[in-house]
Design a protein around this ligand. Structure first.
Ligand SMILES: Nc1ncnc2c1ncn2[C@@H]1O[C@H](COP(=O)(O)OP(=O)(O)OP(=O)(O)O)[C@@H](O)[C@H]1O
Length: 845
């Protein structure tokens, strides 16, 4: 190889015997390809999708040529090491010039041109053994280790020349050579073992799997292809190639040497698989989602991002623009919030319709619509659109609906309301769509104050206007029971499984000052959409079950919930927040202090048409499998992730036995709002789908309960019944009305059950039951939060609350303002049993 053409690479690896092997890697003029390849390898773990490799990066003929072995203690070699013991990639990364590389290379080539002997001769004979020892591994060893270590290393100069040729050979030619070989290699047993190891490494190489995708060898097919390639190689490989591979050993270099040959093998042996996979990949392409909405792309939209914490007036301002517009759409994260806006806007004299999955209320002459974000039409034109809680774009399950609304809405002006977590990604999206982005920053109307005293583990310390937040239905009822038993407060209840109508009624009951219901016990469902007169948000716990295990509540959610205290316009404009247990306080403060996390990716999910296209490639698999395959093979840009669809797969699985559903029907049924953990609800969905598939009118087939619930089982039954009716209504809006002829009846029943639920909740005084047989195990200490040990602490002799007031002589209040400034307010406590500090007692330091 001419010196000027050659580029040298050093790889320094340590072996078991503390002997360093310096591999001199020579690449040909495709050095730049190699550099790319190096980058590609180093970034391997960062691949968000296997398709980030845009080119056939394997088009390089970089090959290990010579290996040296030496002891690091060898002073002569150490010198050599200092000068030359840098990897080529370090030369490149550190901005090494081509001259550096050439100099680097020339040293090695010089050494080789001296036939190895003179080079080796320059090293202390006593410590070198045989120097270039003609090993059959095809390596030149400059070794200071004992001679015995080099016994197997027999390489003669012919081998070196041949290895050089192999290193630079064209993989196509090499493959031809292998293919035309009349017999395989004649190797020692140990060499075959090494070869096997090499192929084992190749089959398990993540790099090779990713690179193979570039020629449409899929991940699932790769092991088969690699195994066939191994069979082919073992049968056909000439001795010199095998020896060369043995000399490289089970290392990255060997994988890279093999890969181009593997490519040629695959292209010739598996054309059908490649073609099939290619079409499949093309049909699962979710890249460039902004191009999916040509109408929106044909417009120059003005996007206004109302960016700030809770209770800062973002939605208020956006809604002002919505109401002023000739034609507007408000996109809500919840049915409940869509209803609120629908009522509010109509009350202010702006005709507005309502469109959610379950209901379509058309108000005559209305040009405005309040809808849930999933129901947004991307075809209808609007003057002003409002997308509320835009940070939900990053929601693992529902994020795709916000992404679709942002990318696809055909409105001249789009107002986004939310925290700053998706601001940078919205900027990026707007630069891709060509929309004009305006940012409006907001501050909280009044800072949120953290009460450092907490409730000291005692629910008797709740006060009027408190909202106690728990993260499970069971806890909510436990808390309600305890408060009502041990205090004079009455509790309203809000949690996700309740119908929106019931939640609203509970909220109104709590907001109304002329009744005894002055405490709210709620789940995280309280975090969004309801304007409540909350004085103080008390976290009963700060850990929750995430469907898999108990985890700390994410900081963003803690902020969102705590922010419900002290809303502008409510009777408690100064918001307080605290925890039940002192142990949880630090985490609360930490969450509130944390800046909003900058989200890197937002959700996407394919439209039915995309799934249909994909299904065309895999005609004979079940819908569930199809979704799985889509998930495995879809291509996404770096700013997007595929939304989780486990619940869809569960429903798909259940509906597999239902014959006669078209793919589209299946797709729609899988999106029905069903609680997959509720077997009764699942049963009804199965029944609905079966009737539908037989083209039989789908019946409700569910009796009305006689009255409100008398125990928790009856309450659960009411919840389930309402969910089933809600599902019926949802389906009736998805499919032809004739197939779901009882929608009106279902609506009336649902409304009656919502009333019964409301009545049941006001008198609920029973121990909660669990819908699930097994309750999630409490988390170990140190791995989150312990569940509070007791709800009501025992009284001491005088009947006083067991506060350790001595230890509580002084306590601290942290005033948290969501611009992340914390000031400390001290309040000196005397021995008097003051329950809470008054605002006037706080002294700012
Ligand atoms: N300019 C205003 N005049 C009167 N009331 C206002 C004004 N701005 C906001 N409000 C009221 O303050 C409360 C909080 O406002 P808004 O809901 O817009 O805040 P937000 O920042 O969107 O909070 P969240 O994200 O929690 O919904 C609402 O009750 C709203 O009606």
């Amino acid at each position: 190889m001419a010196r000027g053409q050659a580029t040298t690479l050093f790889r320094v690896c340590s072996s078991k015997e503390n002997v360093f092997r310096v591999r001199v890697l020579l690449s040909n003029r495709y050095f730049h390809s190699m550099r790319k390849l190096d980058e590609c390898v180093s970034e391997e773990n960062q691949f968000s999708t296997p398709f980030n490799v845009s080119k056939r990066e394997f088009s390089t003929t970089l090959i290990d040529l010579v290996r040296f072995r030496y002891h690091s203690e060898n002073t002569k070699f150490a010198e050599y090491d200092i000068v030359k013991g840098r990897t080529l990639s370090s030369l490149v990364e550190n901005g090494g010039s081509v001259d550096d590389i050439n100099a680097y290379e020339s040293n090695i080539v010089d050494a080789m041109e001296e036939n190895g002997t003179s080079f080796v001769d320059s090293v202390d004979d006593d410590r070198i053994g045989n120097g270039i020892d003609g090993s059959d591994e095809g390596s030149i060893y400059v070794s200071t280790s004992s001679e015995s270590e080099c016994d197997n290393d027999e390489v003669d100069s012919n081998d070196i020349v041949r290895f050089q040729q192999l290193s630079a050979s064209d993989p196509v030619e090499l493959y031809r050579e292998l293919k035309n070989a009349e017999k395989g290699a004649n190797l020692k047993r140990s060499d075959w073992d090494t070869l096997r190891e090499v192929f084992h490494l190749f089959s398990n190489s993540g790099w090779a799997v990713n690179q193979a995708l570039a020629i449409y060898i899929g991940k699932s097919f790769f092991p088969t292809a690699a195994s066939k390639f191994r069979g082919f190689f073992f049968k056909q490989c000439p001795t010199d190639v095998a020896k060369y591979l043995v000399s490289l050993g089970p290392a990255e270099g060997a994988v890279k040497f093999l890969f181009p040959i593997f490519v040629e093998f695959c292209l010739e042996e598996f054309p059908d698989e490649i073609k099939r996979f290619q079409s499949m990949i093309a049909s699962a392409d979710l890249t460039k989602p902004h191009t999916w909405f040509p109408f929106a792309r044909a417009m120059k939209r003005k996007i206004i991002y109302h960016c700030g914490p809770t209770n800062s007036g973002k939605t208020y301002n956006a809604l002002q623009r919505f109401m002023e517009a000739k034609k507007g759409i408000y996109c809500s994260p919840l049915r409940l919030l869509a209803m609120e806006v629908f009522d509010k806007v109509n009350a202010l004299g702006v005709y507005c319709s309502l469109h959610t999955g379950q209901e379509k209320k058309h108000v005559p002459f209305s040009n405005h619509i309040a809808c849930t974000v999933e129901m947004v039409s991307t075809e209808e034109m609007y003057d002003v659109a409002v997308i509320d809680e835009i940070q939900m774009m990053s929601d693992p399950c529902r994020g795709y609906a916000w992404t679709r609304a942002l990318l696809g809405l055909t409105a001249d002006e789009i107002h986004l309301c939310g925290d700053p977590s998706v601001l940078s990604i919205v900027r990026k999206i707007c630069s891709e769509t060509g929309d004009e982005l305006h940012e409006q920053q907001y501050e909280r109307f009044k800072p949120l104050v953290v009460e450092a005293k907490t409730l000291l583990g005692d629910l008797r310390n709740v006060r009027s206007g408190d909202c106690v937040v728990a993260f499970s239905r069971r806890e909510i009822f436990e808390v309600k029971l305890a408060i009502e038993k041990h205090t004079n407060h009455r509790c309203c209840v809000i949690y996700g499984a309740l119908p929106p109508e019931t939640r609203r009624k509970q909220a109104n009951l709590f907001n109304d000052q002329d009744n005894e219901f002055d405490v709210l016990v709620a789940s995280d469902a309280v975090g969004m959409g309801l304007n409540l007169n909350i004085r103080r948000v008390v976290f009963y716990t700060l850990s929750k079950y995430n469907g898999d295990k108990i985890v700390p509540v994410p900081a963003s959610q803690v902020k969102q919930i705590a922010g419900r205290a002290g809303r502008r316009g409510s009777i408690y404009p100064d918001g307080l927040t605290t925890t039940l247990q002192l142990d949880d306080l630090d985490y609360l403060i930490e969450c509130l202090k944390l800046p909003f996390e900058d989200v890197q990716k937002v959700g996407l999910f394919p439209f039915y048409e995309q799934i249909e296209l994909f299904a065309g490639q895999l005609p004979n698999i079940t819908f569930r499998k199809l979704l799985e395959k889509f998930g495995e093979n879809c291509r996404l840009d770096g700013s997007y992730f595929l939304c989780r669809h486990d619940h869809i797969k569960k429903v798909a699985n259940m509906l597999e036995k239902v014959q006669g559903l078209s793919l589209e029907d299946r797709f729609n049924f899988c999106f029905a709002p069903v609680n997959i953990r509720d077997p009764k609800a699942m049963y009804h969905l199965l029944r609905f789908a079966s009737s539908f598939s037989q083209n039989v009118a789908v019946s409700i087939a569910m009796g009305m309960p006689k009255g409100s619930a008398r125990n928790d089982a009856e309450l659960l039954d009411l919840e389930t019944k309402h969910q089933v009716l809600s599902m019926y209504l949802w389906l009736s809006n998805q499919f032809e009305k004739e197939v779901f002829p009882y929608a009106k009846k279902a609506e009336i029943m649902a409304s009656d059950i919502a009333d019964l639920l409301g009545q049941s909740l006001t008198k609920a005084c029973w121990k909660p039951e669990s819908r699930q047989a097994g309750k999630p195990k409490a988390q170990q200490k140190g791995d989150g939060y312990e569940r509070p040990r007791s709800l009501i602490k025992s009284y001491d002799k005088e009947g006083d609350v067991l506060w350790n007031l001595k230890a509580m002589k002084c306590f601290v209040l942290f005033v948290y303002s969501e611009c992340h400034q914390i000031s400390f307010l001290y309040c000196r406590k005397k021995q008097e049993k003051t329950t809470l500090p008054k605002q006037s007692e706080k002294v700012a330091t």
